[in-house]
Write a protein that binds this ligand. Structure first.
Ligand code: SF4
Length: 376
């Protein structure tokens, strides 16, 4: 059975044409999936019953199963999804601002989804649960779209998605071929209808892939994960940077800015005693001087079994003040959903551990760290 979300228009157009049905049927199915948030063909009531039944025989909308659904008090919800081949990925819905009923004009309301692009990750950032066992495989376009639709279905009837961040498990730019068509579905008017400027693609910094994105589709926001103000420290935190100097990454970030006109974001996970000193903040400010950019500082969310810690409030404040005193725009991203292991990869890791403890046979193929070809 074909996964409909892999190529909705192409598959449906051919299917309806073969049955002598008008092309407008494609739009009907799209409306049910994206606007009406239905769970399957049976609910698409403006399609003839026989057509719905035949669609259900030929296509599946959902290729994943929800292995776990957790919700934190702050409204953050997280899904652990099991893929058809047994691999697992995570995706998150973050709620910010009042509930829509309390702010009729919608001011300050954000409903952001964070999605994954790979099973595991080959970048090996030392603080991250997702990279601990390397990358198993790239996700398909359908598996990426499916995360968005599943998360949208968690919203109340008066809520709508406002932002997408591609910052979940995996390195997004290592899977651009599948990601770009999926983001097209996010931005299309007859898709999720989310403006390109509200869609952010994160990267650890793969220069060739950054260039490719700049040349093919620079409408999205780009967030570059730095985590260190110099190459020596970055090599300790982001092992892949052994082969990729900061200067090359910043040159491509600048090129992307020229092409897109969109302010760059630089991500910096703040790790106690490692990269959180005021002198390092000053070095970071010097590194980014003259750029139209914002630095997103994320105080570390500890992962069980890893030795890294959250910096003290005083250290966070000093880091911020040093950056701001040097003219850097700073945003501190406060941790949301701590109670549900919202940091990337933690839920999947716990699930894997409990599978091992219960001796559940794991029939999946084993990925090696970095075993996917990188477009660096
Ligand atoms: S932080 Fe991102 S790029 Fe680094 S290992 Fe984790 S998922 Fe991969």
């Amino acid at each position: 059975m074909a996964h409909l979300l892999n190529a909705i228009d192409r598959q449906l157009a051919a299917w309806f044409e073969a049955r002598g049905q008008g092309a407008y049927r494609v739009g009907q199915v799209r409306r049910w999936l994206f606007a009406q948030r239905v769970a399957g063909f049976a609910e698409m009531t403006d399609l003839p019953q026989a057509v719905r039944e035949e669609l259900a025989r030929d296509f599946t909308v959902w290729s994943t199963e929800i292995a776990r659904h957790t919700r934190a008090e702050d409204g953050t919800e997280k899904l652990l999804l099991t893929l058809a081949d047994g691999g697992q990925i995570e995706c998150v819905l973050l709620r910010e601002g009042p509930s829509p009923g309390l702010s009729p004009e919608g001011r300050g309301i954000r409903r952001t989804i964070c999605i994954s692009t790979q099973v595991g990750c080959g970048m090996g950032c030392v603080f991250c649960a997702s990279g601990l066992e390397g990358v198993e495989r790239n996700l398909t376009t359908g598996e990426i779209v499916e995360q968005m639709l599943r998360l949208q279905m968690l919203l109340g009837a008066d809520e709508r998605l406002s932002h997408v961040v591609v910052m979940g498990m995996g390195e997004p730019l290592a899977n651009l071929d599948a990601l770009l068509p999926a983001l097209e579905e996010a931005s299309r008017e007859d898709g999720l209808g989310i403006s390109h400027r509200r869609i952010t693609i994160s990267t650890v910094g793969l220069p060739k892939a950054m260039r490719r994105l700049a040349e093919t589709d620079p409408r999205y926001r780009l967030a570059v994960s730095l985590h260190a103000p110099n190459d020596a420290l970055r090599r300790q935190i982001v092992p892949i940077s052994e082969k990729i100097p900061l200067a090359d990454i910043l040159a491509e970030a600048d090129h992307y800015f020229e092409r897109s006109g969109r302010r760059l974001t630089f991500e910096y996970v703040l790790l106690a005693g490692l990269n959180d000193r005021p002198a390092q903040a000053a070095e970071l400010a010097d590194l980014l001087a003259g750029r139209t950019a914002i630095v997103n500082v994320i105080p570390y969310n500890p992962v069980a079994g890893l030795p890294y810690r959250t910096p003290s409030v005083a250290a966070q404040r000093a880091f911020r003040q040093t950056l701001e005193s040097r003219g850097v725009s700073v945003h501190f991203r406060h941790r949301k959903g701590d109670a549900i292991d919202a940091a990337c990869g933690q839920l999947r890791r716990r699930s894997k551990e409990s599978r091992v403890k219960s001796r559940e046979p794991d029939t999946r193929g084993r990925g090696r760290p970095g075993s996917l070809a990188l477009d660096s």
